[in-house]
Design a protein around this ligand. Structure first.
Ligand code: GLC
Length: 457
């Protein structure tokens, strides 16, 4: 490649990196004309957002629980729809659903042990079966196989462990006779929307203080059809401290990237499965390793978001053994490293070949997941830290800072912690890293300085 074409290539790469970085942070590209910007009002969270969301921003890590009639079939929570099971046949599962006593106690214990600070349980999934006691339908836990209120048990279990309580509630409903007709039939819509609003009212009235309402799949209506504004107003009136997500077509208090970690503007929470399924799926053995889970959690924190990680209990409510093992290992790591996760803020140091980063004020936590040996080097760091130590042991770490290169030195040859070792460094001000794109421009300039283009012939 000639110098000239290499420059063109690097410049194109830089432009691409800039765009990718802009997309990842949710920043727009070239500035839009003023009047266009003014015409599109930025979506606003519900009132009093800053106060209500505070605890959640610090919590960082939560447990998602997908549990319902589908758990008995063991082929994911979409089984009714994907296998075209007629309603009358599927309904039989309501009679055979016989969970053991208080399975939620073990979920909450595991969540706490794993370092999670909140839980979100499916109160009703798309199948339409209510794990709670509803006056608006007989298709609910108290009047069917379980013969008791599974949501009540869950709420009590979460509170007993000091965890915040979240309700997942699917707006889409394959069981309600109007659920799919509501789009084209105004009377069906009226009945169905009254049912949905009524159930949300029940959920937020009968169980004391609820911390999160997690809507899902707002099909087949739009925001006007669901009366989503009114829905959120009712929710906040019943639970003035609650936060709601963005899945009823309104922005809500936080957005919900699914199965990926994608920072967006505002508050966000990445929800993810532990294998490839939300609902219990006997044959799905594609489990994430504890290392993967910790790295995902670090990435969410680094980019300013939360991580909501799912378990899919078995029909009796037991947690599949692999989930217990993975979350126990994650919890063991978090016991020593909680300081580097809980209460952390978005980090402007975020590029490395061996580590991820989190931050609290002027303190930078380098989460080294590929231990390089006696030295760990991070490029692009503008100022030297004041001090550094190992988080797990408090042992001092030596370092050098040369140009923009920060190197932690005299480290043990083998990683002291598993799966990730955290080095804490104190700075005088918020540590920043010059972005990769900017550094590529520096490289291009350096190449041009050393090899000036030949003058035109
Ligand atoms: C999707 C799926 C649903 C799952 C949810 C979790 O919307 O339809 O089954 O509960 O994601 O985010």
């Amino acid at each position: 490649m000639s110098d000239i074409s290499r420059r063109g290539y690097l410049k194109a790469l830089t432009a691409g990196a800039g765009l990718a970085a802009a997309a990842a942070t949710g920043c727009s590209g070239p500035e839009k004309p003023k009047e266009q910007v003014a015409a599109i009002p930025a979506p606003q969270p519900p009132p009093d957002h800053e106060r209500r969301i505070q605890w959640w921003r610090e919590a960082k890590f939560g447990m998602f629980i997908h549990w319902g009639l589908y758990s008995q079939l063991g082929r994911q929570e979409w089984v009714m729809s994907l296998e075209d099971i007629p309603v009358q046949e599927y309904e039989k599962l309501a009679k055979t659903f016989k969970p053991k006593p208080e399975p939620a106690r073990a979920w909450a214990k595991l969540a706490k042990q794993a370092g999670m600070k909140y839980m979100v349980m499916t109160t009703k999934h798309h199948e339409g079966f209510c794990n709670f006691d509803s006056k608006l339908t007989d298709y609910c836990a108290t009047k069917q196989g379980p013969g008791r209120d599974l949501v009540k048990e869950y709420v009590e279990a979460a509170r007993a462990e000091g965890l915040r309580v979240g309700f997942y509630y699917s707006l889409m409903d394959w069981h309600h006779p109007d659920g799919m007709k509501a789009k084209d039939d105004p009377e069906a819509r009226r009945r169905f929307v009254d049912y949905i609003h009524g159930q949300i009212r029940e959920l937020l009235t009968n169980y004391g203080k609820i911390d999160i309402l997690w809507y899902d799949v707002a099909v087949p209506l739009d925001a006007a059809g669901w009366e989503s504004e009114k829905m959120n107003q009712m929710v906040l009136q019943l639970q003035p401290d609650i936060i709601v997500n963005n899945r009823n077509w309104l922005p809500g208090d936080f957005s919900t990237p699914e199965q990926n970690i994608q920072a967006t503007k505002g508050d966000w929470e990445s929800c993810m499965t532990l294998n490839d399924s939300w609902g219990y799926t006997a044959a799905d053995g594609n489990w994430k390793t504890p290392s993967r889970v910790v790295r995902n959690l670090v990435q969410c924190c680094q980019d300013g978001g939360n991580y909501l990680l799912n378990i899919g209990p078995m029909p009796d409510g037991s947690i599949p053994e692999p989930s217990v093992k993975i979350l126990t290992a994650v919890g063991k790591w978090l016991q020593k490293n909680s300081e580097a996760i809980h209460g952390t803020q978005k980090s402007r140091v975020n590029f490395s070949n061996v580590a991820g980063f989190t931050r609290k004020g002027n303190t930078l936590y380098s989460h080294v997941y590929f231990w390089p040996g006696n030295k760990v080097t991070i490029g692009g760091i503008q100022t030297p830290p004041k001090s550094a130590k190992m988080l797990a042991t408090g042992k001092e770490v030596k370092f050098t800072h040369s140009g923009t290169q920060l190197t932690f030195t005299d480290l043990p040859a083998k990683a002291p912690d598993d799966p990730v070792t955290v080095i804490v460094a104190e700075f005088d001000a918020e540590p920043v890293q010059r972005s990769l794109a900017v550094r590529v421009v520096d490289i291009i300039n350096e190449i041009e300085r050393r090899h000036p283009p030949a003058p035109p012939a």
